[in-house]
Design a binder for this molecule. Structure first.
Ligand SMILES: [Zn+2]
Length: 196
């Protein structure tokens, strides 16, 4: 049965990384089989992170073979973007790898009245990786990098973009409320006299 994803940013690279999450101290992988992969891809299309025009015929290609490529790619993206979020300097070797990934399926453009849609030229797999790599490279540009953060919940491994400078959590609904609840618990347990 397909896993329900609880976090989407609209940035394909973050939405790939965030398919891994911590639940009760355990790392959970929401991309564990072909159904998960199909669900993830369709959700990104529905949410507008990808558009169907960016790919040729997808039929049957969201399979275990693609998963075996996507997972190590996800690991590299996490290393890159965690380092970038922490130090402000994305590792040069990983940037080069992403540039190469885009080169494997370089972009053409499709005109639509309201926007230009980048369309990678290559197989479905190369096109998908190219668009995700392009998104990660874009996040690493100086205009956007300052907005990249790790969630303020030390037990959460999600990354998010925020340019308001106000957001501390991947999601207020998830970690924001969790952290508020645990701070309240600490306060009330630590200072019981305030309760009486
Ligand atoms: Zn979080």
């Amino acid at each position: 049965m397909a896993v329900k994803f609880s976090f989407f940013s609209g940035n394909p690279s973050l939405d790939l990384i965030n398919t891994e999450e911590m639940r009760r101290g355990k790392r959970i992988d929401s991309l564990s089989n072909r159904d998960d992969l199909n669900h993830w891809f369709q959700t990104l299309v529905t949410m507008g992170a990808f558009s169907e025009e960016q790919f040729g015929d997808v039929g049957g290609q969201l399979d275990e073979g693609l998963l075996s490529v996507l997972k190590p790619f996800r690991t590299k993206l996490r290393v890159l973007l965690e380092a970038a979020a922490e130090s402000g300097t994305p590792p040069a070797n990983l940037i080069e790898e992403l540039e190469q990934t885009v080169k494997n399926a370089p972009l053409s453009y499709k005109y639509q009245a309201d926007r230009l849609i980048p369309v990678p030229i290559g197989s479905f797999e190369s096109a998908l990786l190219s668009l995700i790599a392009l998104d990660a490279l874009d996040i690493c540009t100086s205009g956007k990098l300052g907005g990249l953060h790790r969630c303020g919940n030390p037990r959460c491994i999600w990354l998010y973009l925020d340019h308001t400078g106000k957001r501390k959590w991947c999601s207020m609904k998830l970690c924001g409320n969790r952290m508020k609840a645990s701070r309240f618990k600490l306060k009330t347990v630590g200072q019981p006299e305030e309760l009486s």
